[in-house]
Design a protein around this ligand. Sequence first.
Ligand code: NAP
Ligand code: MG
Length: 496
Amino acid sequence: MTLQQNLDRAATLALPGLAVIDGKLVPAQSGKTFPNTTPRDGTVLNQVAECGPADIDAAVKAARASFEDGRWRGKPPREKKKIMFRLAELMERDFEDLALMETLDMGKPIRDSRGFDIASAVNSIRWYAEALDKVYGEVATTPAERLSFIVREPLGVVGAIIPWNFPLHMACWKVGPALAAGNSIVLKPAEQSPLTALKLGELALEAGVPPGVLNVVPGFGESAGQALARHMDVDLIAFTGSGEVGRKLMVYAGESNLKRVSLELGGKSPQIVFADAENLDEAADAAAWGIFFNQGEVCNAASRLLVEASIKDAFVEKVLARAGAYMPGDPLDPASTAGALVTEGQMKRVLSYVDVAQKEGAKLSLGGKRVRAESGGYYVEPTVFDNVLNTHTLAREEVFGPVLGVIAFKDEDEAVRIANDTVYGLASGLWTANISRAHRVSRKLRSGLVWINGWDACDITVPFGGAKQSGFGRDRSLHALEKYTELKGISVTYKV
Ligand code: NAP
Ligand code: MG
């Protein structure tokens, strides 16, 4: 579709603004709404229900009732699977609308909403539907007079709190396995990007997910999010977002019912390029894509580029030559490879890191400024800093924007030391043709994911999550089902 076709279709989109609670589309009990804006041009898209503690309580009660009477978890696996497949089909039916909503809501290029976000959201629902009857329990080794078996049971009411950078994709990483495991869910999308989550709630009802099983409650983190995380009848908070909020969630859990918490937090992920890499052009492609994809608003963004000193200058030239391809354009233009940052505040935050990096002595090699200001939207050009030290703020804090820091290293030991010298541990990457080095270094890197000779080699079959302050718990793969289930050991004693 052309830019004009996207604009025309966007103008006629019916944007969801009501919460989905107990199978009904409802306003907030207070009647309050908040204006949902688009970073594309800073205008208001629609009014969205501003849910607070009373709405959260209603959603949790509906979820609990649906869990207790077994209207979802008690269905035969085949039935559950059929309904989840139908949900995936409905998401495909409304694919273009979902893609447009995502792009309008948080500013990512339509190319990525289509090619990545919505496509992988559909894939998550379908993959967990396929998996749900393929997970078996265990029989334990016991004395002869006993049979002990271990079953996995759904936890109960799952609270999912998600961020704005991949709204539907993140929601489905949680909703897919949580539903497949038989739970009931209360999903709180980020205030900046509620549209696709609300649409997901509506489509789930249409698909036949029973009322109360998937509730979607838009609102602010401090009120709706906090009420959910402090609720005495929520069994788990599955969270993706910042470390700052992750810390609060653990406090809320401790101060309420000791609910479980799983945290997918941020990163300061290193991509290490050794001089012996087989293909430096591919490595340079990955260096640029690794930081500029999704405007750098990626938890596993390759924000620290570690390059062996002997090739550093030549390699940086290659990266600079590729960075221009990520100059932001209108997010609705199918040709755009980068869009707007999510809010004005986020743009200012990113630009403040550019200032700090310059003050601390890094060399600005490219970019560093707002662009397309006349649109009213929040765009920052691809930015590269050379001569960064790992002690610089740019190397220590998550910028969550299109800002790359290049750090030189002299040998393998130093590369590993710098890569691990961070509080984070989400992902790391390395480029080398030396197979021993590839294995050796990958085992020394402290992160949940290591990518050798290819950045962000992501697949739903491989668990995703972090080490250290990047959080704990895993999304994707069958391992994700672990956090949505409880192990129960059942022993039968009989006469031998
Ligand atoms: P955020 O501020 O932590 O917000 C995430 C979610 O938490 C939002 O829904 C937010 O609601 C809610 N929230 C805020 N305060 C809360 C509170 N006191 N109690 C309960 N919920 C609360 O993060 P963000 O700025 O949206 O997202 C960016 C962060 O997410 C980055 O740090 C990034 O690295 C991380 N991230 C991690 C992964 C991963 O898989 N590891 C993936 C993507 C992003 P409101 O927005 O409505 O306030
Ligand atoms: Mg928005």
